[in-house]
Design a protein around this ligand. Structure first.
Ligand code: ATP
Ligand code: PRP
Length: 218
């Protein structure tokens, strides 16, 4: 039998929007995948030659870039943060929309005319790149969540974080001062697998057709 194709998905908020699309593309995990009590991380699929793995968003990109998974779904924030050369993101799935923005404490918005800034973010590369373009050296304090706490506790003057409704910023006394990147979820594939495994190319075509269909119907 063929080695199963490994499809990686993030475990959190993208998943609810991704599952219906995946189902239409023929990626349907076994019932245990939906059991909140299950501690399993790898799941059989309706198609016998496919398995689904559920990992953290940043790790989806890592598994696919290294060829441990052949395909997956992840936000374009993650794709851009790593810029892995072996990872190809051929289809914008038009789900998981949000943005990566700079935010500062309300009432303490500082000018951009500083040569050095300390910024808290889960995205050190995107943050540095953004400020480099403006000739500013950004010292990034890497956090994995709750960035919004950093300015009030003196850890940084600004944060770079994901914004969707803006509620988290508001409730933590911060305002959005600029947008770095508009984000949506992407189908990602391993470049080598795309060349050597025809199932990967077929998946890309199925997702591409589904997105085109959805656009045409809108
Ligand atoms: N409001 C939002 N906040 C955070 N991420 C969002 C938001 N809206 C869409 N996204 C997208 O969802 C992705 C996170 O996906 P998800 O929550 O499924 O992953 P996760 O594995 O739970 O993440 P984590 O590593 O933070 O636990 C982000 O990378 C981003 O592309
Ligand atoms: O603009 P909003 O709609 O308020 O959404 C943005 C918030 O959502 C995300 O956090 P998440 O809930 O994923 O938790 P995290 O802090 O662990 O990343 C993100 O990091 C923001 O904190």
């Amino acid at each position: 039998m063929l080695t199963p194709l490994i499809f990686a998905v993030p475990k959190g908020r993208i998943l609810d929007e991704a599952l219906p699309l995946m189902a239409r593309a023929g990626v349907v995990p076994e019932a245990e995948f939906h059991d909140k009590k299950s501690r399993a991380l790898s799941f059989a699929c309706e198609k016998a030659d496919m398995r689904l793995i559920r990992v953290r968003a940043f790790d989806v990109a890592t598994f696919v870039a290294h060829g441990a998974a052949q395909a997956g779904i992840v936000g374009s924030d993650v794709v851009e943060e790593f810029a892995y050369s072996d990872l190809y993101a051929p289809v914008d799935l038009d789900i998981g929309h949000c943005r990566l923005s700079v935010a500062e404490p309300e009432g303490h918005v500082s000018g951009a005319n500083r040569s050095h800034l300390r910024i808290a973010s889960k995205y050190p590369n995107l943050t540095r790149r953004h400020y480099e373009k403006m000739g500013i050296q950004a010292e990034v304090v890497k956090l994995n969540g709750a960035m919004e706490l950093a300015p009030s506790l003196g850890l940084s003057s600004r944060i770079v974080d994901l914004v969707s409704t803006g509620r988290t910023l508001r409730e933590n006394g911060l305002i959005e001062t600029s947008t770095i990147l508009e984000i949506s979820a992407r189908l990602i594939v391993n470049r080598a697998a795309l060349k050597t495994d025809e199932r990967v190319g077929a998946l890309v075509e199925r997702f591409r057709a589904l997105v085109a269909e959805k656009k045409a119907a809108a």
